[in-house]
Design a binder for this molecule. Structure first.
Ligand SMILES: NC(=O)c1ccc[n+]([C@@H]2O[C@H](COP(=O)([O-])OP(=O)(O)OC[C@H]3O[C@@H](n4cnc5c(N)ncnc54)[C@H](OP(=O)(O)O)[C@@H]3O)[C@@H](O)[C@H]2O)c1
Length: 335
């Protein structure tokens, strides 16, 4: 049979194709036998999560347990490592580290030693937080400062320490634990709500700023979840001596325990839901769950007069000036 002679161009194309095929075959066999040569496609071990505020009984503790159960290497941090609890400490893929989020020096040294040891941080959860339930006109300045130091400046320090690494790695998730109180604020919770609103705003900006680098930012706004929060809330306000709001002292204390009711969500259930959401390929920008989260979401879209009526009724602030009913029903005159 007659076969036409190949042209010079045809021969060149054939040689190029063959060389290309040989190169691809070599590259794929080299990459599978020497994984360190192609770091982007290799799996350098378990994923690493860094969580703040992991004291036993709280949300951070439950999130750490949930992620450890899903095979993550978890760095569970807390102001005092002893508060983390043996159940978490005894897990082989959990490392417990002391970290006070208000110390930017300790934040940056902790993050760099994690990166040195594990070589990566895949998830950062800014969970540590403190309550502050006191009337704005009488709240001590030190309490205001402490609340913002922990709830706002702390997360900023962690983001500033971790984000450059995630940007370089072109992947990662930053989860900020806000609050439904950051959506709408009622009486006695203005300072706490302001700190959480600030964190929500930071989260919105950060989400857009890090998106081009493949880093996802998620706001988790818990409603009522069973934790140590009310204990902390009552203890931070116990030494305040009110003048204007003396008659409301009991209402203020009651507000401090507001997140805890028989309908508050147990931390393991809350943590499972949150981690399900966070580990999605495309997680939602904001996730809210817990007691009263639906009520607050509804009120968020309502006119201010309706919100005011809801909150002032709950706080005992809807009565005529001068006569203030106690929770017990006894009336006290403001002098
Ligand atoms: N539980 C709720 O209903 C609810 C609702 C809305 C939002 N949240 C938010 O959820 C997060 C977790 O709170 P939680 O309910 O689990 O209360 P929690 O049990 O009191 O946990 C708060 C954690 O933050 C830690 N922390 C406080 N200051 C810190 C600091 N300077 N450095 C490092 N850690 C610090 C606490 O450590 P110590 O044990 O040393 O104090 C504790 O581990 C908070 O951000 C809170 O605002 C909770």
């Amino acid at each position: 049979m007659f076969r036409p002679m190949p042209s010079v161009e045809g021969v060149k194309r054939h040689i190029e194709k063959s060389l290309c095929l040989v190169w691809l075959t070599m590259a794929s066999s080299v990459s599978s036998s020497l994984p360190f040569l192609c770091s982007s496609s290799s799996d350098p071990g378990p994923r690493v999560a860094l969580i703040t505020g992991c004291s036993e009984g709280g949300i951070g503790h439950a999130l750490a347990k949930e992620l450890a159960g899903r095979g993550y290497s978890v760095i569970a941090t807390s102001r005092s490592a002893s508060s983390v609890g043996d159940d978490l400490r005894s897990q082989s893929n959990v490392e417990v580290v002391d970290l006070d989020v208000t110390s930017s020096i300790s934040v940056s040294s902790t993050v760099s030693s994690i990166l040195q040891k594990y070589g990566r941080i895949d998830i950062l959860i800014n969970n540590a937080g403190v309550p502050c339930n006191a009337p704005i006109a009488e709240v001590p300045h030190s309490l205001v400062e402490g609340t913002f130091q922990t709830n706002v400046f702390g997360p900023i320090s962690l983001i500033r320490a971790v984000a450059p690494y995630m940007v370089e790695a072109r992947q990662g998730k930053i989860v900020n634990i806000g609050s439904i109180g950051g959506f709408i604020a009622g009486p006695w919770s203005g300072i706490y709500a302001a700190s959480k609103s600030a964190l929500h705003a930071l989260t919105d900006s950060l989400r857009l700023e890090l998106r081009p680098f493949g880093v996802q930012v998620i706001l988790v706004a818990p409603g009522g979840v069973v934790s140590n929060f009310p204990k902390a809330a009552v203890s931070v306000i116990q030494n305040i001596r009110y003048a204007i709001y003396k008659s409301y002292e009991q209402d203020i204390r009651t507000r401090a325990k507001y997140s805890q009711s028989s309908r508050s969500i147990p931390t393991p259930i809350f943590a499972r839901k949150v981690i399900d959401v966070v580990l999605q390929k495309n997680p939602p920008r904001c996730f809210t769950y817990g007691y009263l989260s639906w009520t607050y979401s509804f009120l968020y879209f309502m006119p201010l007069w309706l919100r005011d009526r809801y909150f002032s009724g709950k706080a005992g602030l809807d009565k005529p000036l001068g006569i203030v009913p106690h929770m017990s029903g006894v009336s006290t005159k403001i002098t």
